[in-house]
Write a protein that binds this ligand. Structure first.
Ligand code: ADP
Ligand code: MG
Length: 395
């Protein structure tokens, strides 16, 4: 994969596909982590005299112009962080975008409007996507892919534009790929993977591939209950994916054959309702009352998980162990985060909420070897899928 060092950018218009999909609350940015993560590549290009045209998406406006999804607040924050003017275009590939690009001096930065205001960006129709990609590519001389959080999407700005322009990977993508390679090739063992969170069906896929790679798979979060149910236990009103029970049984069987150790919680914090002030107790994992829902792994499970992480040399963690946003259900997530740090292993945290949990629970982010900016993208990579945005940068 070519990097920006391989491009001659001085005086040229460089389109940078970044991931600036930050959380907003009534128009203000609540966490600017993704903007900060995009700075090094933008700074490097500016310093080398490029005219930098940044493009990105925000939320899911579904091909329509919706003011609440405007990137204008992001342009402002980007300008503050860069300490430079950032021209905010009022459209994606229209008159305003062209004027913004034409007005750029060497080292200048413009941000196009939300890519997903254009139906062509996410279209499944190759021709429609291609037509939009043509217009986007026409704004620039070179392309840099740096939006790691979007590389698993076959979208115009991710996949079709690099086909149309000389291209390279930005620093963020290059760094993410290097880490993911360490999790898939020449892995230092024991290799443990801890999975949790609420997007159960999304995450079950990764287990398929991990059964051939990881030594231990620890399961917590909302995913646990599909496993417990598959083993024949009552899970009450907990999160459950009925239609995945057979898949999960198959995983448990294959794990036995492959010598992969599944570590499931032995106790669960079971509450009467999805609320911080609901009545809650620690119960055995095979004895969840039918009128309760499991919102965290219990204290014995926290110790068990920590013990199974202690001697690991490589750990990948995706998904909180419980509803960490509520204090009574945050202890399992805290225990696992602490165990990662105590292990001294190469530790990678993936997933937006997992990264947020690490920050919210007061851990030092820099103490982990790597915190990935793209949860979905890193999972799909570990699933062994070809990621369109990486494939486009390889060619
Ligand atoms: P990530 O963004 O790290 O990939 P997910 O988006 O899959 O993680 O899941 C994060 C959410 O999972 C958190 O908001 C957390 O409250 C929720 N969660 C964790 N455990 C449970 C549980 N037992 N029941 C319901 N939700 C849970
Ligand atoms: Mg999430």
């Amino acid at each position: 994969m070519r990097t920006i060092d391989d491009l001659d950018v001085a005086g040229r218009r460089v389109l940078v596909r970044a991931d600036l999909n930050v959380p907003l609350q009534s128009g203000s940015i609540t966490d600017d982590g993704r903007i900060r993560a995009s700075l090094p590549t933008i700074e490097a290009l500016r310093t080398r005299g490029a005219k930098v045209i940044v493009c990105a998406h925000l939320g899911r406006p579904k091909g329509e112009v919706k003011p609440e999804f405007s990137l204008a607040p992001v342009a402002e924050r980007l300008g503050e962080l860069l300490g430079a003017d950032v021209t905010a275009a009022r459209d994606v590939v229209g008159d305003s975008a062209r004027a913004a690009v034409d007005g750029l001096a060497d080292g200048g930065v413009a941000l196009l409007e939300n890519l997903r205001f254009e139906p062509g960006e996410t279209s499944k129709d190759d021709a429609e996507r291609g037509a939009f990609a043509d217009r986007l590519a026409a704004l620039a001389d070179l392309y840099v892919g740096d939006g790691f959080g979007a590389v698993h999407r076959r979208h115009a700005s991710v996949y079709d534009v690099p086909e149309r322009l000389p291209h390279a990977a930005g620093g963020l993508i290059a760094a993410e790929v290097e880490v993911l390679k360490r999790l898939t090739e020449d892995v230092e063992r024991p290799y443990a993977v801890a999975l949790g969170g609420s997007k159960v069906s999304d995450k079950l896929g990764v287990i398929d591939n991990l059964l051939g790679k990881a030594d231990r798979i620890l399961i917590g979060g909302g995913m646990v209950f599909t496993f417990l149910k598959a083993q024949g236990h009552e899970v009450g009103k907990s999160l459950l994916e009925e239609d995945q029970l057979d898949t999960v049984r198959e995983y448990l069987r294959r794990a036995g054959e492959a010598g992969v150790e599944f570590v499931l919680p032995v106790d669960i914090v079971a509450a009467t309702a999805f609320a911080a002030d609901a009545e809650h107790d620690v119960v055995a994992a095979d004895a969840i009352p039918s009128d309760r829902l499991g919102l965290d792994i219990g204290p014995e499970s926290g110790k068990l998980f920590a013990a199974r992480l202690a001697d690991a040399r490589t750990v990948f963690w995706n998904g909180p162990m419980g509803v960490f946003e509520m204090e009574p259900y945050s202890h399992g997530t805290r225990a696992v985060a602490q165990a990662l740090l105590d292990s001294g292993a190469f530790t990678v945290v993936g997933g937006g909420d997992s990264a947020a949990a690490v920050r919210r629970l007061g851990f030092d982010e820099t103490a982990f070897s790597h915190i990935s900016t793209g949860g979905g993208a890193s999972l799909e990579y570990l699933e062994g899928k070809t990621l369109p945005g990486l494939q486009a940068l390889e060619d």
